[in-house]
Design a protein around this ligand. Structure first.
Ligand SMILES: *Cc1c(COP(=O)(O)O)cnc(C)c1O
Length: 415
């Protein structure tokens, strides 16, 4: 893979693109929200549809010449319906955050009340953080995970719903390693006569493959990002029932956005088509098996995991007991230096700061896309442990970097 056409007119940008191909090939991408999409998805996303304005929806556009845009968007919608079993799907949100914005705009008024998980406990900015539009437009109350178990305390959610009387309860998380019990959140929403939005951004692929329970048919709205575990074109999606179909569609366009990013929608259509193949179920099962393998091995090395393990594509390591002198930021930097790319993350009951927290979040979707199995993941866990045990030992870091090289060589990317 190279960018010769770009290079011919713009060597500066081509340099950065080629360097990024090398970076992705030569490092282990373990950021839980990232993935490596197929070359077909890349190709569709880089297509001529970027030129097309298609404001509106298939067969109801505000511009001429939309027949091919219609075909692509209809394919994306039909495939999404098949993947997740939703009655109505909108594939136009530019991102997962805008999918959430559209749902809020569809049924809430400014000043209405949202109950959601705290960001430092695994929630997302768009669930009501003060720095985000959701925190500015709405009154927000937050629940936390249980300090002991690291799991959602559904009784607390229910109690808060009764006390705070929210208009919307939000479930679905960015750094939560356990299965979500959607019906328990639904019960809390019912207690307050509130809407329930389940944001499956991280676990879209796991839900589509049936390796994580689905909120479709339980929550009023299901939103997601399309570039995380589902491995499709970059962007967002909203799923709902016929009842809310028109409200959601008009909240996406013209409520929150102008013209859809039709090239990204082409990437969504191609990725969703790939996810309908039987191999995708195997992929999603392997993603979870790999997360368990890495979690188990890290525990053998003495690391503490939030909630004691994982049911999903990620593990959240709490370094405080095993490595009190190593912050998440120290670990992230040392690991990046050897070619293992992940992120420092807050943990429940955080005692450092959001900028240099006490944990690291480790995800398996991208490495699984490269063909890593449990055995390879155990090797990766051994390397992570060696680095975190020796963050300042240049000799050890150099040895690990060489081992990362042999792992990336054994698992080629975009050949
Ligand atoms: C990633 C994520 C989003 C949306 O992210 P975008 O970067 O806007 O696509 C929304 N909700 C959760 C829980 C997420 O993890």
């Amino acid at each position: 893979m190279d960018y010769q056409t770009v290079r011919a007119v713009d060597p500066d940008v081509a340099d950065a693109l080629d360097a990024e191909v090398d970076r992705q090939r030569e490092t282990l991408s373990m950021i839980a929200s990232e993935n490596h999409v197929s070359e077909a998805v890349l190709n569709a996303q880089g297509s001529v549809l970027t030129n097309k304005y298609a404001e509106g929806y298939p067969d109801k556009r505000y511009y001429a010449g939309c027949e091919n845009a219609d075909a692509v968007e209809e394919l994306a919608i039909e495939r999404a319906k098949e993947l997740w079993g939703a009655e109505h799907v909108n594939v136009q949100p530019h991102s997962g955050s805008q999918a959430n914005m559209a749902v809020y705009f569809a049924v809430l008024q400014p000043g209405d009340k949202i109950l959601s998980l705290d960001l430092t406990h695994g929630g997302h900015l768009s669930h009501g953080h003060p720095a985000n539009f959701a925190g500015k437009f709405y009154e927000v109350e937050q629940y936390e995970v249980d300090a002991e178990t690291g799991r959602i305390d559904y009784d607390e959610v229910q109690e808060l719903a009764e006390q705070f009387d929210p208009d919307m309860v939000v479930s679905g998380y960015s750094a939560y390693p356990r299965e979500v019990e959607w019906d328990q959140i639904q019960a809390a929403a019912d207690a307050a006569d509130a809407y329930h939005m389940a944001d499956i951004a991280h676990i879209t692929g796991l839900v589509a493959a049936g390796v994580h329970p689905s909120p479709v048919g339980i929550a009023d709205f299901v939103t997601g990002s399309t570039h995380k575990t589902i491995r499709a074109g970059r962007g967002g999606i909203v799923m709902t029932d016929e009842e809310f179909a028109d409200d959601v569609d008009s909240a996406v366009f013209p409520g929150a956005q102008g013209g859809p990013l039709m090239h990204n929608i082409a990437g969504k259509a191609v990725g969703f088509g790939e996810a309908l193949q039987p191999e995708f179920t195997e992929y999603a099962e392997q993603v979870v098996a790999n997360a368990k393998a890495i979690g188990d091995r890290l525990q053998e090395h003495g690391f503490g995991l939030v909630s004691g393990g994982t049911d999903t594509h990620l593990v959240l390591v709490d370094l405080r007991e095993s490595h009190p002198d190593v912050s998440g930021g120290d670990a992230e930097a040392a690991l990046e230096a050897v070619g293992i790319v992940l992120n420092a993350n807050t943990v429940p009951g955080e005692t450092r700061s959001a900028f240099d927290p006490s944990g690291i979040r480790i995800g398996t979707p991208a490495l699984t896309a490269r063909g890593f199995d449990e055995e390879a993941m155990e090797t990766v866990a051994d390397l992570i442990a060696r680095v975190v045990d020796n963050v300042e030992d240049e000799a050890v870091l150099a040895e690990v970097a060489a081992e990362v090289d042999s792992l990336t060589d054994a698992h080629p990317l975009y050949e």
